[in-house]
Write a protein that binds this ligand. Structure first.
Ligand code: ATR
Length: 282
């Protein structure tokens, strides 16, 4: 990569940001297509987020990805939001369109695309069980609702949070049956038995020693299991699915790839070189 006076910049705002794989993926894509762009990580503390966003305009940065912990807070500083970003209540990419900052959410479509490409599974007509009712759980639930899942259940350690999320979703997608359960409740095995797709959107598996909210004896072989976590690739959740003999069990690396590809498309107005991005990431 050659940086010149004409090189344009994109990047990522996060705190911390040092673990991000996005620069690898995007810079590989720029090199492959000979685009004079460079993707940089920016460590932005929460108290500096507003100034950092103003800096996108001031420095004429083409756009940035937004990661933890800024996805919700950043919405206050943008000029426009896509309908998906508004629905999910989170932004993971900003486009600087001639000084207007537009926020999008490509996580949801990235998830759906990964499910299709990596697990050969369509959400339409499927019964979905989502573990977790935080930001990630909400994004996945909206994605599945937009794809016309037959039913969506959200199970969360803090049951109130799952209730609140399903109430919100019922207001947005009146045609889809939503229900909320506690992770602790005895109902979980029964809901898993009835589900087609099980998604781990909790943070369990990121830290060592946390016990998984479900056990392998509750799973059935035809279940499609998706873990939003991807590091290490063979996550504790996927190991558990393997023990149960589940045939389709996928980690969240594909979601990272496809949300990145969609970000690339928004900034560059070009088809992303998916294979190049995938190779860089995997
Ligand atoms: P994210 O934006 O990644 O979703 P988050 O909003 O902090 O992060 O949400 C983390 C999710 O993981 C929540 O659903 C949380 O459950 P609570 O709402 O009860 O806190 C879930 N979670 C975290 N640690 C957990 C654990 N040890 N067991 C079960 N669920 C856990």
């Amino acid at each position: 990569m050659k940086i010149t006076g004409k090189t344009k910049i994109v990047g990522i705002f996060g705190y911390p940001v040092k673990h991000t794989l996005s620069p690898l993926m995007h810079n590989a894509a720029f090199s492959a297509l000979r685009l004079d762009y460079c993707y940089l990580p920016f460590e932005v503390r929460p108290e500096n987020l507003k100034e950092a966003v103003e800096g996108i305009r001031a420095l004429n940065i083409r756009g940035v990805n937004i990661t933890v912990p800024h996805k919700e807070a950043v919405m206050d500083y943008l000029d426009e939001l896509s309908s998906e970003a508004r629905l999910i209540g989170a932004v993971n990419i900003i486009e600087n369109r001639d000084g207007r900052l537009i926020g999008y959410n490509t996580d949801a479509r990235g998830f759906i695309k990964s499910l299709l490409m990596d697990a050969k599974t369509k959400v339409k007509g499927k019964r979905v069980l989502i573990l977790g009712a935080g930001g990630a759980g909400k994004g996945v639930a909206v994605a599945c609702a937009m794809e016309n899942a037959a039913a969506i259940t959200i199970a969360n350690r803090t049951a109130d949070k799952a209730e609140r999320l399903t109430e919100y979703l019922k207001g947005q997608f009146s045609e889809i049956p939503f229900s909320a359960i506690s992770l602790e409740k005895d109902r979980l095995p029964e809901v898993i038995a009835d589900a087609d797709i099980l998604i781990n959107a909790t943070s369990v598996g990121l830290k060592r020693g946390e016990s998984l909210p479900v056990s392998s004896r509750h799973l059935h072989k035809n279940l499609v299991v998706y873990d939003l976590i991807y590091n290490p690739p063979d996550t504790p959740f996927l190991k558990m699915a393997g023990k149960a003999g589940v045939k389709k069990a996928v980690n969240g690396l594909g979601m990272l790839l496809y949300q990145g590809a969609l970000s690339f498309e928004i900034w560059m107005c070009k088809r992303p070189p998916i294979d190049v991005m995938k190779k860089a990431l995997f």
